[in-house]
Design a binder for this molecule. Structure first.
Ligand code: NCD
Length: 292
């Protein structure tokens, strides 16, 4: 079954194949399934980029798109995720894309439903398609992952993006570093070492900035936005100390002047909007893999 659930579950060779197919789509390759294919997008958490880039990818591949709104579905009547997905399968859906607030929501589905599941983000767990689009962006820039220094900055503990990227970047030969408040550098992510932001900017090839995941905090953060920016954020002064060819990434949504100075969002080093463009191509490649 061609699920995409977590990065560790994707073999390195499959990752390279997806990146290759995504780049081919960006270069103008076309591909469509030879039979009618229905895909349902189930988003139980807010999303702009992931949801719409999946939808654009699906439409570019000529798929029939079913959009699901949790608030207007039978989930409000107490239906479980399993019963919802089983229903979609029964009515002829061929693929499901799911974003859900529960870590590893897919454990309840795998082996019990017979259509591919593509994970659009599970709680603090994983976000494999974000990771794939980040890999594509890095590959376009540097041609390789081997020996690159990638610093992931911010709310590491609550970030599924950090968790997915740390594992795969380490696997592909990059060295991964974490920066930000110490209490958010999570031992459950084993692939990075701590680095102070002021040292990080001078060393990094990639500065990967993260939004503070307030919605996942049990205790409200006390630091002000401005204090956070000056202590841990990518300020204009810090950007000026970055190496000549190093780049800035961010999965977005961005909280301007918190994790990154507003002026840097579209600066020359920023690949933030390129990441989004790459997201459509990566999702086309992942959908193609699920259909073939
Ligand atoms: C991220 C997410 O939802 O995990 N956004 C995204 O998919 N591009 C990051 C975030 O919400 O901060």
């Amino acid at each position: 079954m061609m699920h995409v659930l977590t990065m560790p579950l994707l073999e390195t060779i499959e990752i390279h194949q997806i990146l290759h197919d995504a780049q081919a789509f960006l270069n103008g390759d076309r591909w469509m399934p030879n039979r009618e294919t229905f895909v349902a997008n189930l988003f139980f958490e807010p999303s702009t980029r992931t949801k719409f880039s999946f939808e654009v990818a699906e439409k570019k591949l000529g798929l029939q798109v079913l959009n699901f709104e949790a608030q207007t579905s039978s989930v409000t009547k107490g239906e479980t995720l399993y019963d919802t997905v089983k229903t979609l399968e029964a009515i002829g859906t061929n693929i499901v894309v799911i974003r859900h607030q529960q870590d590893h929501y897919f454990d309840d589905l795998v082996g019990r439903i017979s259509i591919p599941i593509i994970n659009g983000g599970d709680g603090c767990g994983h976000h494999p398609t974000q990771s794939l689009l980040d890999l594509l962006t890095i590959k376009q820039e540097f041609g390789t992952f081997e020996g690159l220094k990638v610093v992931i900055v911010g709310d590491i503990r609550h970030s599924r993006v950090a968790r997915s990227n740390a594992e795969v970047l380490h696997r592909l030969g990059a060295s991964v570093w974490f920066s930000g408040p110490r209490s958010w550098i999570d031992d459950s992510i084993p692939y990075g070492n701590f680095i102070d932001i002021d040292d990080a900017v001078e060393m990094a090839d990639v500065m990967m900035m993260l939004r503070i995941q307030h919605e996942r905090h049990a205790v409200k953060m006390v630091t002000t936005q401005s204090d956070y920016h000056h202590q841990y954020g990518l300020t204009i002064e810090r950007e000026q100390r970055m190496k000549k060819d190093s780049i800035i990434m961010h999965p977005a949504p961005i909280n301007r002047d918190v994790e990154i100075a507003s002026e840097l969002v579209e600066c020359e080093r920023s690949r933030i909007f390129k990441q989004m463009t790459n997201g459509v191509a990566v999702r086309m490649a992942v959908l193609k893999r699920a259909i073939e």
